[in-house]
Design a protein around this ligand. Structure first.
Ligand code: C2E
Ligand code: SIN
Ligand code: SIN
Ligand code: FE
Ligand code: FE
Length: 370
């Protein structure tokens, strides 16, 4: 039985748990926090959170595999975790190897020796199964009734947080899909492989932003806003955009309006991402020395995001075949970028780009290999 000090300790843990869990909107990090918190609170050796994949009728979890995370999946009916999800009941086992519900599959693969197990299902507000906490090997003795009750309490908080995170990810996904579709409309007339160009701009710019040291949220914003930089090209006639040869000065002047067209289309948008896309559109052809267009902005007056996009945009334009030019090799393009540092491009960004160049080459290679 718990004494008073123990109860107070648990109340405190409960409040801390609620605070930590509700401050993480992203599903991946949330699951990690949940598992680690529960492991500590219940004085157990291990804890996993398995989530239900309704479409595949499976349970899945991210598990540490050396330095990276791998997805572990198994049928929803398997093992103690599966049993808890399907029955909706708490399962408390003292000796796993003497219990028929225990499969021992994971132990076989990992060499781990499971002894005690406490599995508590996670349910949403309507009682639909979301997943399960599986806690293994109590440090001293076995999981008792208090552990069961306490983990059920934690599960209510955890379930609400998981459901929120899933809704948030759904929303984000549909938002991003819409942005991508929009960007495709703009670019599909002048590219052989539009989706590829957008993917490149998106990946390269996020990589550079990350290596530059920008915080995660800003990196993600750049990843998703960057494909819209040329949305203004929808307003450029085919006779110019798809011209196989060199543009006349008049045609080039018309072409140079695309940053402003894009910014006009996006300006006044409420969404943070579209606002950023607008700032990127208007400034992605500005040059560091002030000789770019449309406003001749100079140096750090040019928004950082646009300074990043301008490097990756030219790199990708050079390494891609266009109606008016052949494709350059990545090395030739990188040499050109370095040569234009301080003139067209921010030297600090070129520096980051140069260091990230091997990773960019690897991205290109991974794409060629099916
Ligand atoms: P884009 O083809 O995606 O090129 C983006 C930027 O990459 C260009 O911005 C330029 O800075 C750089 N770039 C692309 N190809 C080359 C190249 O062969 N050599 C060098 N040194 N840089 C290159 P820019 O010049 O402001 O052009 C903006 C857009 O105008 C281009 O986007 C393209 O859609 C169009 N454009 C530019 N020149 C021509 C042309 O001669 N013919 C046609 N049909 N379109 C052109
Ligand atoms: C289970 O059977 O519940 C999974 C645990 C394991 O096999 O290690
Ligand atoms: C592109 O990336 O497709 C062209 C960008 C630009 O207008 O320079
Ligand atoms: Fe452009
Ligand atoms: Fe572009």
């Amino acid at each position: 039985m718990a004494n008073k000090g123990d109860l107070q300790r648990r109340q405190l843990l409960l409040v801390q748990f609620g605070r930590k869990v509700s401050s993480e909107p992203r599903l991946g990090p949330l699951l990690e926090i949940l598992a680690e918190e529960v492991r500590q609170i219940l004085s157990a050796d291990r804890c996993s959170v398995f989530l239900v994949d309704k479409d595949k009728n499976e349970l899945w979890s991210k598990v540490a595999h050396g330095l990276e995370k791998r997805e572990l999946r198994f049928p929803i009916s398997m093992g103690v975790a599966g049993f808890a999800v399907q029955s909706g009941e708490v399962i408390n086992i003292k000796d796993a190897y003497n219990d028929t519900r225990f499969s021992g599959e994971h132990d076989k693969v990992t060499g781990y020796k499971t002894q005690s197990i406490l599995a508590v299902p996670l349910k949403n507000r309507e009682g639909r199964p979301l997943g399960v906490f599986q806690v293994l090997n109590k440090k001293r003795g076995f999981f008792d009734e208090q552990d069961e009750g306490f983990l059920q309490l934690l599960s209510v908080i955890a379930s609400a947080a998981i459901e929120n995170a899933q809704l948030y990810e759904d929303l984000k996904k549909s938002h991003l899909e819409t942005i991508y579709r929009l960007a495709m409309v703009a670019e599909y007339r002048d590219q052989e492989d539009t989706a590829k160009h957008l993917r490149h701009i998106s990946k390269y710019s996020a990589l550079i932003a990350d290596r530059y040291g920008l915080p995660y949220d800003q990196v993600e914003d750049i990843r998703y806003a960057s494909p819209l930089h040329d949305i203004g090209k929808v307003a450029i006639p085919d006779s110019i955009l798809r011209k196989p040869g060199k543009l006349t000065p008049e045609e080039y002047k018309e072409m140079q309006k695309h940053p402003e067209y894009g910014a006009k289309m996006l300006e006044g948008a409420e969404s943070k991402l579209l606002k950023l896309a607008s700032r990127i559109s208007i400034a992605h052809h500005e040059k560091f020395d002030g000789t770019g267009y449309p406003n001749g902005l100079k140096g750090e007056i040019i928004p950082l995001e646009a300074r990043i996009i301008s490097v990756v945009d030219v790199f990708d334009a050079l390494t891609t075949k266009r109606v008016y030019k052949k494709a350059w090799s990545p090395e030739e393009a990188a040499a050109y970028i370095r040569e234009r540092a301080g003139k067209d491009f921010d030297p600090a960004i070129v520096d980051v780009f140069t260091k990230a160049f091997p990773d960019i080459c690897e991205m290109i290679l991974l794409e060629i290999i099916p």
